[in-house]
Design a protein around this ligand. Structure first.
Ligand code: PLP
Length: 243
C-alpha cells in the first residue's frame, strides 16, 4: 500500500512538532535539544513510513518484538535505502531470541536479568562484538511491567561489569500511563537519582550516559527531569491501529 501525500506530510509535521517540544523542554532544564536522542518507535508501523522518517532525519529506530524487528531489518537497511541508522530493541526480550538480533541491533534497552545478560555475552562474543545495553528499571513496581526494582539495580550493574562483551550505557524505564504527565514526574526523578548514585561508584566497564525515559504522552516532563533519550511512537506516526 502506498502512503498518501497527506500521510507523508503529517509524519514530517509530527517530527517537526516533536523536535520543537523537545527543544522547549530541553531549554527548561538548561540543555540543548541536540543532547536528546529521539528513538522513533515503529512497532506496527509499515516499512514505507519508517523509511520516510529516516529520510526526515530520524537516526534511531525502536522495535519491541524480535520477529517484527527481523522482518523489517531485511527490508530496511543501509544497502536498501542508502542511509545509515540504528536499531534498538526496546521490548521484553526472551533469552532464546537473542541470537536473532545480536548482529542487528545497536542497543538492547530492556536488559533485566542475569540469565539474559549471560546469553547476550555468549552470543556477542561469538560474533566478536561489544553490545551496548540499558538496564530496564520498573520504578513504579508495576506487576504488569518488566524491569528490576530500583534497589536491585546497583548489584545487577556490578555483575554486568564482569561481562566483557556487554557495555552498560545507562538506564531505561517505562512510566505508568498517566493522563497528566505531572503525576509521573517523580518516577523520572527517581530514575535520574539512581543513575547519579551508580555513576558516583565509578564502576569499571559501566557508563551511565543515557537515561532512556519519556514516551509520546510524557516526554517533556521526562526531559525536564534529565532524560536524554526519548522513545516516541504515536506522536510521530499517529495512533497505532493494532498492538
Ligand atoms: C510503544 C513503546 C513506546 C512508544 O510509545 P508511544 O506512546 O506511542 O510514544 C516507547 N517505549 C516502549 C518500550 C514501547 O513499547
Amino acid at each position: 500500500m502506498n502512503m498518501s501525500g497527506l500521510e507523508e506530510h503529517s509524519i514530517s509535521e509530527n517530527i517537526e512538532r516533536v523536535r520543537e517540544r523537545i527543544e522547549r523542554a530541553a531549554k527548561k532544564s538548561g540543555r540543548e535539544a541536540a543532547d536528546i536522542k529521539i528513538i522513533a518507535v515503529t512497532k506496527t508501523i509499515d516499512v514505507q513510513r519508517i523509511v520516510k522518517a529516516i529520510e526526515l532525519g530520524i537516526t534511531d529506530i525502536g522495535e519491541n518484538r524480535v520477529q517484527e524487528l527481523c522482518e523489517k531489518y531485511d527490508r530496511i537497511n543501509i544497502n536498501n535505502i542508502g542511509i545509515g541508522f540504528n536499531w534498538h530493541m526496546i521490548g521484553h526480550l526472551q533469552t532464546n531470541k537473542v541470537k536473532y538480533i545480536i548482529n542487528k541491533v545497536h542497543m538492547i534497552q530492556s536488559l533485566d536479568r542475569v540469565e539474559l545478560a549471560r546469553e547476550i555475552q555468549k552470543r556477542a562474543e561469538k560474533v566478536n562484538r561489544i553490545l551496548d545495553v540499558l538496564v530496564q528499571v520498573n520504578v513504579a513496581r508495576e506487576e504488569t511491567k518488566f524491569g528490576l526494582f530500583k534497589e536491585q539495580v546497583p548489584e545487577f550493574v556490578k555483575i554486568l561489569a564482569g561481562f566483557k562483551n556487554i557495555r552498560v550505557k545507562g538506564l531505561m524505564t517505562i512510566a505508568p500511563y498517566a493522563k497528566d504527565p505531572e503525576d509521573v514526574r517523580h518516577i523520572f526523578r527517581e530514575l535520574r537519582k539512581l543513575l547519579i548514585d551508580i555513576k558516583k561508584e565509578n564502576i569499571d566497564n559501566i557508563d551511565m550516559d543515557y537515561l532512556s525515559m519519556g514516551m509520546s504522552n510524557d516526554f517533556e516532563v521526562a526531559i525536564e527531569e534529565g532524560s536524554n533519550m526519548v522513545r516516541i511512537g504515536t506522536a510521530i506516526f499517529g495512533e497505532r491501529t493494532s498492538i
